[in-house]
Write a protein of this length. Structure first.
Length: 160
C-alpha cells in the first residue's frame, strides 16, 4: 500500500511544482492584481490538491509528508514573496494555513467528530464507535474514539 501512496505523492509533487512554475511565469507577465490572482490560482490548483483525500495519507512515511510540505512551502513563497531561507511558520499563521501533517490530523479528527455525532454518512458512523475505559484508572479523558484504522494523535482533537 505504501508504494501506491509513494507513487501518488511523487506524481502530485511533480505536477503541482510544474503548476507553481506556470503561475510564477504568469505573474511576471501580468503585474495587475498580482497578489489576489496569485492567491486564487494557488488555492485552486495547489492547496485544493494537497487537501484532496489527504486523510488517506495518515499512514504514509515522514519523507512523503515532507515532499507534500515542500509543495506547500513553495506555494507559500510564491504567494507572499518570501525567500526559501526565511521562517515559514509565521507566514502559515498569517495565511491561516496548517502544515500538511497537521492538516491531515485535523481532517481525520473532523471525520471522527462528525461520525461520533451522527453528522457523517452511515458507512463512516459504523466504523467509528465511542468506547469507555471502564475498569481502568480514570484519566482526564475517559472516553476515546475507536476507529477501524490507526489514527495518530486524535485524542487531543476529540472534545470531552
Amino acid at each position: 500500500m505504501s508504494a501506491c501512496f509513494e507513487h501518488f505523492v511523487r506524481f502530485l509533487l511533480r505536477v503541482r511544482l510544474a503548476i507553481l512554475a506556470q503561475i510564477n511565469a504568469w505573474n511576471d507577465s501580468s503585474p495587475n492584481n498580482k497578489l489576489k490572482c496569485t492567491v486564487t490560482a494557488v488555492q485552486a490548483f495547489v492547496s485544493s490538491w494537497l487537501d484532496y483525500c489527504n486523510s488517506l495519507l495518515s499512514s504514509v512515511t515522514k519523507s512523503l509528508v515532507q515532499c507534500l510540505q515542500a509543495v506547500q512551502n513553495a506555494a507559500t513563497c510564491l504567494v507572499t514573496g518570501i525567500r526559501r531561507c526565511e521562517h515559514i511558520t509565521p507566514v502559515f499563521r498569517q495565511l491561516y494555513w496548517l502544515p500538511v501533517r497537521q492538516c491531515i490530523e485535523f481532517k481525520l479528527a473532523v471525520l471522527v467528530y462528525k461520525s461520533l455525532n451522527g453528522l457523517s454518512p452511515r458507512y463512516l458512523m459504523d466504523n467509528c464507535q465511542l468506547i469507555t475505559t471502564t475498569g481502568r484508572r480514570r484519566l482526564r479523558l475517559s472516553t476515546v474514539a475507536k476507529v477501524n484504522r490507526n489514527l495518530p494523535a486524535l485524542a487531543s482533537y476529540i472534545p470531552p
